[in-house]
Design a protein around this ligand. Structure first.
Ligand SMILES: Nc1ncnc2c1ncn2[C@@H]1O[C@H](COP(=O)(O)OP(=O)(O)OP(=O)(O)O)[C@@H](O)[C@H]1O
Length: 260
């Protein structure tokens, strides 16, 4: 199983420490990173993807220093979905998703049946298959987000790092994605790790693990059913949310709209 370890990682931006020092390991299962705006969630995800210079510490991919690996080697192991789409809007949906295969093909490679199958699978999972010939700029924000997710899935990387993958989606597609994360994280052949930065706590509570960040530090790291993790969620959001347990014993969350 692919293993990504943050070892005493620290990140400074604009002359200020915005992350760390922190230690965390990511392998199989679904981890949701939650926390207030500016807590350092995206910075942590960028660091884990090897895209963020570190002020302190190291990140190891299967025991090897991540920053020492070639970009394509990294990309074969780690798929990263940026918070804001980073691909030009003039590409078609199919061309965008095919970019996910670059990690395997390089710039000069010719796609084969395995590449076509991975692209088709990723588009089916995200329900993008109906738009193959359309340009990205002709799609809505939520549709674009699903195409970008398809690009990440098309890499077939064992670790998926997804920054706010559900933010622009309507309720049915949020539910569909939550089910997809569950399904991917439950895969055993090969095993997958899914790490999502999420603002939607109802979805985050369905993950196997919650990593609660505040001011660049980990306030809690454990299963959503753990009362300490739930308390940390309530605390970092200043009591704006209330976490309890439903009749079936599942953790659930509500916005504290009626509190004064
Ligand atoms: N280029 C930059 N220069 C200086 N500070 C930055 C820069 N980018 C981000 N920051 C700061 O780093 C901190 C962490 O930002 P980050 O984007 O990781 O937060 P986040 O938890 O993902 O927030 P959000 O929920 O709003 O997306 C914030 O305080 C932010 O203002």
């Amino acid at each position: 199983m692919t293993r990504l370890e943050a070892l005493d990682v620290g990140v400074a931006l604009g002359g200020r420490t915005v992350l760390g020092p922190l230690r965390a390991t990511f392998a199989g299962g679904w981890t949701a990173i939650v926390g207030p705006n500016g807590a350092g969630k995206s910075t942590l995800l960028r660091a884990l993807a090897g895209l963020q210079p570190l002020a302190a510490g190291r990140i190891h991919l299967n025991g090897v220093e991540l920053h020492g690996l070639a970009p394509l080697e990294r990309a074969r192991h780690i798929a990263w979905l940026a918070q804001q789409g980073d691909v030009t809007g003039e590409l078609t949906v199919r061309e965008t998703v095919e970019l996910g295969r670059l990690a395997h093909l390089g710039l000069m490679g010719t796609p084969g049946p395995a590449d076509a199958a991975a692209v088709a699978r990723a588009m089916a999972l995200t329900e993008c298959a109906g738009w193959t010939g359309r340009q990205l700029q002709q799609l809505s924000g939520g549709e674009r987000q699903r195409v970008q997710l398809a690009r990440a899935l098309a890499t077939e990387a064992p670790l998926l790092l997804l920054d706010e993958p559900t933010t622009h989606l309507d309720a049915p597609h949020q539910v569909a994605l939550a089910r997809l994360f569950r399904r991917l994280a439950d895969e055993t052949d090969p095993p997958r790790g899914v790490v999502t930065v999420l603002h939607d706590l109802a979805i985050a509570l369905r993950a196997d693990r919650l990593l609660v960040l505040q001011q660049g530090l980990i306030r809690a790291d454990g299963p959503p059913a753990d009362p300490q993790v739930q308390q940390a969620v309530e605390s970092v959001f200043g009591g704006a949310v209330h976490v309890d347990t439903d009749g079936a014993g599942r953790p659930r969350v509500a916005l504290a709209l009626d509190h004064h």
